[in-house]
Design a binder for this molecule. Sequence first.
Ligand code: Q9C
Ligand code: ZN
Length: 341
Amino acid sequence: MKTVFSELHALQQVDTEFYRGKWVDAFEIPRRAELVLDAVRRADLGPVIEPEHFDLAPVLAVHDPAFVRFLETIWDDWAKEVGEIPAYPNIWPPRRTRMIPTVRPGAELGRYAVDMSSPILKGTWQAARAAVDCALTGASLIEAGESAAFALCRPPGHHAGRDYFGGYCFLNNAAIAAQWFRDAGADRVAVLDVDYHHGNGTQDIFYDRGDVLTVSIHADPVQDYPYYIGFADETGAGEGLGANLNLPLPWGSDFVSWGSAMDQALSRIRAFAPDRLVVSLGVDAFEGDPISRFRLQGADFTEIGRRIGRLGLPTLFVLEGGYAVAAIGDNVVNVLQGFQA
Ligand code: Q9C
Ligand code: ZN
């Protein structure tokens, strides 16, 4: 299968991240994408291609226009007022406040950011747009008849909601691709999120829709990020009732429990009978991941790919998390090779 990759990902780059009251070495680093690319090349998975550039219409099909405008302009506003340093919020609107625009970039940052893990930099917008281009180019390969494609996206996307960003994510690459499939004529699209963290942004975007099934296997939100959301009783709303499936698992889960959650996920996807599948491919469920607490082994990722392959669906893989840099390449390639086996 083809891999779609853009060097522009490296524009999103910070040295440190605020974690447990301290500035520590950043986890979401450009080296992640470089190591995945190296592993794809070493494994001879197929050609690596540059993305085509897409206009904003597919982004605006899932994200709020004021939020998109904010992402596009916030760096310049911040740099003018504060200087060319990473833009972090230090204030957030409480519940029951209104959406009244301010003239201060710091206040606008807090309006749209859900945490401090995703600073806005000079190149954030460009990097996030390039990641979307990778996802959409992968989707268009499938539309042109390929059975699968790998969008090597960075920054990741599944924590970005209709009008918020966080968790290292700015634009929801997987959701934008899923909507693009719908607009290209697919009647039903499923998104399977295997990242350790709940795909809260993707759930948020499609929660009241019956045409896009969202399924996520993740750490119990009482124990881990994104907290507050991702519980099993969130099953969708309105027309989307029954089209969201959350499978939270406790810290320490290994492939015995993860694999049986996956079987539930797969039978729901089969029953939905989608025309296209988008996989939010995070590999942070790996035992060695520095910010996660599941215990999947390298070979388990091959089995994940195999089971996804048995669905027999045109499948777009979109890279999400995974922070054990020494193993990220092998873990991702294992999924893709398992899929092809
Ligand atoms: N620094 C993804 O995997 N911070 N995002 C957790 C450790 C947020 C993870 C604390 C984790 C977000 C795409
Ligand atoms: Zn994650």
